[in-house]
Design a protein around this ligand. Structure first.
Ligand code: UDP
Ligand code: MN
Length: 323
């Protein structure tokens, strides 16, 4: 009797076990593999490598979805673009000057560099330089007529006007985007704070300039937030006794005064700034920057003429090197 029971039990046992296992497998999720799947197998040949970006791509897609559902911050009010017009001409220190300038400008948000060569064509040196400068830029050129290339005559008149013409052409047909223009000679020194100051220019803003006019600095004199005169050692009778590096103009003002340009005719050296500003603003309207014009944030530095006395006339170097 006992043995009959035992034999029946052993016949049924495997079936009972099979039913239990089946039920268990049905209700359980598939178990994860013991070893994580490799991203790709080096043994699958070239296709394995090709699959790598696909696999990596899938978390990327998940990210994308998450970004979509994440609440977006409100859009930032549009930062006015700063347009820097730089006249430049070929000379041994040109690339060094442009390098210093680009290193400064690269740290300024939303800056567009308008580089205007004093030349009959765009040079290879400047083109190559700009292509690698990592800055939004426009490369123009216009030669100064020979008769104006004399000591004592104003410099870079045609180049600054070419920059103005480009701005007017580019923005002529549309409502002006917020923008500020300033004239950035290639040899001056600009602090980063200067760009913060000029960015809020509504019409025309002014500030002190260091190392200019035979003094440590020149500056607009300010009373009750208004310009009332000029601290200068040179021709204090100028209506705007200010250097090219000492002011900025809003794009709107440039567009609404389409005839305002730098003049050759009737303009004496040193009067360029004043003659230009007379066409677009009044002294009363000027907006003083840099703590009511008490801080120097730009310097009218000048680079020493380089000594090339030992430059060989023959037996040149075996390679041609751009300097
Ligand atoms: N410049 C130019 N052509 C020239 C002389 C100067 O385009 O024949 C540019 C120069 O690169 C600089 C600006 O005009 O950006 C002012 O020139 P410079 O610095 O010689 O004048 P300064 O500082 O003596 O007023
Ligand atoms: Mn200079």
């Amino acid at each position: 009797m006992k043995s009959v029971l035992f034999s029946r039990f052993f016949i049924l046992l495997p079936w009972i076990l099979i039913v239990i296992i089946m039920l268990d497998v049905d209700t359980r999720r598939p178990a994860p593999p013991l070893t994580p799947r490799p991203y790709f197998s080096p043994y699958t040949g070239g296709r394995g490598v090709a699959r790598l970006p696909l696999r990596r791509g899938s978390p990327g897609r998940r990210w994308g979805k998450r970004n979509e559902s994440r609440p977006q911050p409100p859009p930032e009010p549009q930062l006015p673009t700063i347009y820097a017009i730089t006249p430049t001409y070929s000379r041994p220190v040109q690339k060094a000057e442009l390098t210093r300038l680009a290193n400064t400008f690269r740290q300024v948000a939303q800056l567009h560099w308008i580089l205007v060569e004093d030349a009959a064509a765009r040079s290879e040196l400047v083109s190559r330089f700009l292509a690698r400068a990592g800055l939004p830029s426009t490369h123009l050129h216009v030669p100064t007529p020979r008769r104006y290339k004399r000591p004592g005559l104003p410099r870079a008149t045609e180049q600054r006007n070419a920059g103005l013409a480009w701005l007017r052409q580019r923005h002529g047909n549309q409502r002006a985007q917020p923008g500020v223009l300033f004239f950035a000679d290639d040899d001056n020194t600009y602090s980063l704070e200067l760009f913060q100051e000029m960015r809020t220019t509504r019409k025309v803003s002014v500030w002190p300039v260091g190392l200019v006019g035979g003094r440590r600095y020149e500056r607009p004199l300010v009373e009750n937030g208004k310009v009332v005169g000029w601290y200068t050692g040179w021709r204090a009778d100028r209506p705007f006794a200010i250097d090219m590096a000492g002011f900025a103009v809003s794009l709107q003002v440039i567009l609404s005064n389409p005839k305002a340009v730098f003049k050759r005719r009737g303009s004496q050296p040193g009067m360029q700034e004043s003659d230009f500003l007379k066409q677009i603003t009044t002294v009363e309207e000027l907006e003083p920057k840099a703590s009511n014009c008490t801080k120097v944030l730009v310097w009218h530095t000048r680079t020493e003429k380089v000594n090339l006395a030992n430059e060989p006339k023959y037996r040149l170097d075996t390679v041609r090197i751009e300097v």
